[in-house]
Ligand binder design. Structure first.
Ligand code: SAH
Length: 368
């Protein structure tokens, strides 16, 4: 396994360059490139050619390596399939939006949660990601954004989208961030201090791990919290999200509102609209009937929250269907009539398998 220079301390990096017979200042040059998310040594333009080639053969820059990069047809979304040093694979997505450059990162290799509609969990949980592995995902996106605009003089990104920087982070890729809460907090603190990304521009999404939400409350930074709710009753939620057998809906919402109210932030509620195909091939509504919309409205009435209605991204292995546009709008109308802020999530990068875990799963199945 090649050493990953990004994981070295400054002192270790100095030792490393001295062993190669190089002057000490090379360590600082290399560090500046690493902090900009450089994927290879050839791009380190101020190093001698011979050293670059030597390093490419013997070391790795970041703890993630791009093995596939897909662009959506509108050029606004880039999806990366990344390999870690132990050959596990993760995904990360860069979305160029009107409000900034947002990156969706993974927090685990695989997922243990077993949600019935999701591709990420199909192969189970492999392991938690380290702080450096999560942080390297935003650096990879940062390099993609600013690669051609770097001058020879390194400029540290500072979260300014107008400058081509990553400005927003959502921890909504593969994995359950609150099962890896220590490293996720470490990652967020680093993104805030080293990349200048404001707390309010960072969102953690959870299926509802109550002790993890309480950890965030104790940590007390004004980030955004999103709850993957997907059903307004315990009966239905337990059918599609096994975690609900452990932490009940009311308990999850209480903990979540305690967190968001503490910072006077709007709680985000994620709600995938799901249907099922019957024997005649027609789609029957599952969690998306008008009755469930009323129940959801009762649950959230007078609460400071925003409901994101998400069209389900089809996953071959999963036996669900997407309701019609009419059903989606009827569901939204009921929520709005009850005074609940609601929007329908725009689908991004559908043509490149941007739903949670799709790319990794397809790669594991041998599709190229
Ligand atoms: N484990 C965390 C974060 C990862 S999942 C969580 O549950 O929130 C990120 C979001 O994508 C969740 O809301 C999840 O329910 C949703 N999701 C998973 N599979 C999906 C699919 N096929 N189509 C649409 N959304 C999906």
């Amino acid at each position: 396994m090649k050493p990953v220079l990004f994981n070295f301390t400054d002192a270790e990096l100095v030792d490393f360059v001295i062993k190669l017979g190089q002057p000490k200042f090379r360590a600082k040059q290399i560090r500046e490139w690493l902090d900009r998310g450089v994927p290879d040594f050839q791009s380190m333009k101020n190093l001698p050619e011979k050293l670059r080639t030597e390093l490419d053969a013997s070391a790795q820059t970041l703890p993630v390596r791009i093995i596939k990069k897909l662009e959506s047809s509108d050029g606004q979304t880039t999806k990366f399939l990344l390999e870690l040093n132990d050959t596990e694979q993760i995904e990360c997505v860069l979305m160029r939006t009107s409000y900034g450059n947002s990156v969706c990162v993974s927090s685990q290799a695989g997922c243990a949660m077993g949600c019935k509609f999701c591709a990420s969990t199909l192969l189970g949980l492999k392991r938690n990601l380290t702080v450096n592995e999560i942080y390297s995902q935003i650096l990879t996106a940062q390099w993609e954004l600013r690669n051609d605009k770097f001058s020879d003089k390194p400029i540290r990104p500072n979260g300014d989208a107008n400058n081509g920087d990553v400005s927003h982070i959502v921890i909504m890729g593969t994995g359950e961030p609150l099962q890896n809460v220590e490293n996720v907090i470490g990652f967020i603190e680093r993104a805030n201090s080293d990349m200048g990304i404001g707390w309010r521009k960072i969102t953690v999404s959870t299926c509802g791990i109550v002790p993890g939400i309480k950890e965030l409350t104790k940590w007390a930074r004004p980030i955004n919290l999103a709850i993957s709710l997907h059903a307004p009753t315990n009966e239905l939620r337990s059918q599609i999200m096994p975690i609900n057998n452990k932490y009940k809906l009311e308990e999850v919402l209480d903990a979540a509102f305690e967190f968001s109210d503490l910072h006077n932030r709007q709680l985000m509620i994620e709600y995938i609209l799901l249907g099922k195909k019957n024997e005649n091939g027609e789609t029957e509504l599952l969690n998306s009937t008008p009755e469930y919309a009323e129940k959801l409205a009762d649950l959230l009435k007078n609460k400071n929250c925003m409901v994101n209605l998400i069209p389900w991204n089809a996953v071959d292995e999963r036996d669900f269907a997407s309701p019609s546009g009419n059903a989606v709008h009827r569901f939204q109308d009921i929520l709005i009539k009850n005074g609940i802020h609601t929007r329908i999530r725009r689908e991004r990068g559908q043509d490149i398998g941007s739903a949670c875990g799709q790319l990794r799963l397809n790669n594991a199945k041998g599709e190229k």
